[in-house]
Design a protein around this ligand. Structure first.
Ligand code: FBP
Length: 552
């Protein structure tokens, strides 16, 4: 593999640990916080997790290490979508294990949770791990979306652990993967396997957080990457002055990524799904809101602009989510084959018209044909519409175009509207981790090793006080059950980690909401530029605006 100069330079970067973890391992002890309880449904969650519920939150502090000195054999998996910094979690974990005892062993199971079930692994050594320090991607062992959730799978994992003498598994994943980590931890405890499970909070979506877990890793780098690109697009728009750019940004459900990108770049428009749901906005209202900005700017002679659309937006539009639910019903069972066999779009349209309620058909009818057809594309394994495949950036630009044509006919708009579309997602998921993510991830891994050493099970590696310099970060652990509640999934009540959506009374949204009216009409763009890895801390080590505002 040919290495870029940056990659070679990044190999040499020493990630910063929280002050407490810079002490020798023998000088780190545990401070117990209080017992915990789940965010909701406490009785039900307690009953489902009798062995792991309600445990103490803990932080590490300076003092005599009282952990049992024993050889650690640990397995690790990466689970779900890529997020910058994953490699450093493994590096931190490996270095922590080796610093504790050079005989400790780290197994990396390949391709995500399926690697654990299929017993497909590598054993890390210095030469292998050194190639991945401070790099993006998950290619060190790969990742996958297989769900680890059945008793049969847990029994296989227990056998795999027994075979290799593994006493702890570290699961690096998002809300679903860590929910499964909690269930696995409970299974291991209930079956006296002696195997511990530790989770690490990963996802660029930024929706795995609470008052303890201040952010998931990868969010910082991914949003800085998107903000760089949006800033460049803004500058191009402001130079050429002839295009409206509709930029969809990843984030399967929550709009944290869109909001953070907007806070960094001050575009003319940024939709926030959570607000759309709260205000029960219709597609027509959202369209009108964007068209107002286009028309007001055109009146100033500016036929250009930038609009950020969160990937998950359509599910937050009440009438659209009803439409999707009806389509899922309409195509249930044998109906999918029937529908697919219809020869022409006109026949399919008639089938849809006959199957939808009047209200949903009215919504369907105003959608551009391209979007109508996308609603009937590939289904997910549960037979549902894959909302992430819907090109919502094109949906809104098409609807705005129609809206502006009506305004033109009424004589209230006389501009020129030329939209250009972008989708930013994969570009940010494997970027070289920012210094923040490189440091945070390395700390999460190193800290996970400390939690293992102290015998914790069903805990999330927790590094907090993140808006401060790394020296002041606090290291510890939080029982995963603290983040759980009961939700309806596939027709059943299930214990799951509650997804953190954008809070409309939170500081990041309020900051945005107070300024967006001006941004919609004026040209207030900010150009963040590329992530900087070497140079002054005020340029290289800044956190996200979201974190800064939340902690201000
Ligand atoms: P995770 O929650 O697993 O971290 O993944 C999030 C995400 O990056 C979303 O933003 C996006 O919708 C999705 O993954 C894309 O998934 P895939 O990689 O399977 O295309």
């Amino acid at each position: 593999m040919k290495l870029s100069p940056l990659q070679m330079a990044r190999y040499q970067y020493s990630p910063k640990l929280p002050g407490i973890l810079r002490n020798g391992i023998s000088e780190i002890c545990v401070k117990n916080g209080g017992a915990t309880q789940s965010v909701a449904d406490q009785e039900k969650i307690a009953a489902l997790f009798p062995n792991t519920y309600g445990k103490n939150e803990i932080t590490f502090q300076k003092g005599q290490n009282t952990a049992e000195a024993k050889k650690q054999v640990v397995g690790v998996i990466l689970s779900g979508g890529q997020a910058p910094g994953g490699h450093n979690v493994l590096c931190g974990l490996y270095d922590g294990l080796k610093a504790t005892n050079p005989d400790n062993v780290l197994y990396g199971f390949k391709g995500g949770p399926s690697g654990l079930i299929e017993d497909d692994y590598i054993i890390f050594d210095d030469a292998y791990i050194d190639q991945f320090r401070n790099t993006g991607g998950f290619d060190i062992i790969g990742s996958g979306r297989t769900k680890l959730e059945t008793e049969e799978q847990f029994a296989i994992v227990a056998d795999v652990c027994k075979k290799h003498g593994i006493n702890a598994i570290v699961i690096i994943g998002g809300d679903d993967s860590n929910t499964n980590a909690a269930v696995l931890a409970e299974y291991f405890a209930a079956h006296n396997t002696g195997v511990q499970v530790i989770g690490c909070p990963k996802t660029i979506d930024g929706d795995l957080k609470n008052e303890d877990i201040e952010c998931s890793f990868g969010f910082d780098t991914a949003t800085k990457t998107y903000a760089e690109i949006v800033g460049n697009i803004e500058r191009d728009a402001n130079s050429a002055k002839k295009y409206w750019h509709f930029v969809k940004v990843m984030g399967r459900s929550a709009s944290h990524v869109a909001l953070e990108t907007a806070l960094q770049t001050q575009p003319n428009i940024c939709l926030i799904g959570e607000e759309v749901a709260e205000k029960k906005m219709s597609l027509a209202e959202i369209t009108d809101y964007i068209a107002d900005s286009v028309a007001n700017r055109a009146a100033k002679g500016w036929n250009f602009g930038v609009a950020i659309i969160p990937e998950g937006i359509v599910e937050f539009v009440p009438e659209f989510s009803v439409l999707i639910a009806e389509i899922n019903e309409l195509l249930a069972g044998e109906n999918t084959a029937k529908f697919n066999a219809l020869p022409a779009w006109a026949d399919k349209y008639a089938f849809i018209q006959a199957g939808l309620t009047k209200a949903s058909m009215a919504v369907f009818a105003i959608l551009p044909e391209m979007i109508q057809q996308q609603l009937f594309l590939e289904r997910d394994p549960h037979g549902n519409v894959q909302v992430s495949l819907i090109e919502s950036e094109k949906l809104f630009s098409e609807m705005v175009k129609t809206n502006l044509a009506a305004r033109k006919a009424a004589g209230t708009y006389n501009g020129k509207f030329s939209p250009i579309h972008h989708f930013l997602g994969y570009e940010g998921r494997c970027a070289f981790p920012s210094n923040f993510d490189a440091d945070y991830c390395y700390s999460l891994g190193y800290n996970a090793c400390m939690l293992i050493q102290y015998g914790y099970n069903g805990y999330l590696s927790k590094v907090s006080n993140l808006s401060k310099p790394a020296e002041e970060w606090v290291a510890g652990g939080m029982p995963i059950t603290k983040m759980m509640n009961i939700e309806r999934r596939n027709g059943k009540d299930k214990p799951v980690i509650r997804k953190a959506l954008v809070e409309l009374d939170g500081a990041p949204f309020k900051f945005f909401a107070e300024r967006r009216a001006e941004w919609a009409v004026e040209t207030c763009y900010v150009y963040p530029g590329a992530i900087q890895y070497f140079g002054p801390a005020e340029v290289c080590d800044v956190t996200t605006r979201t974190l800064a505002l939340e902690k201000a």
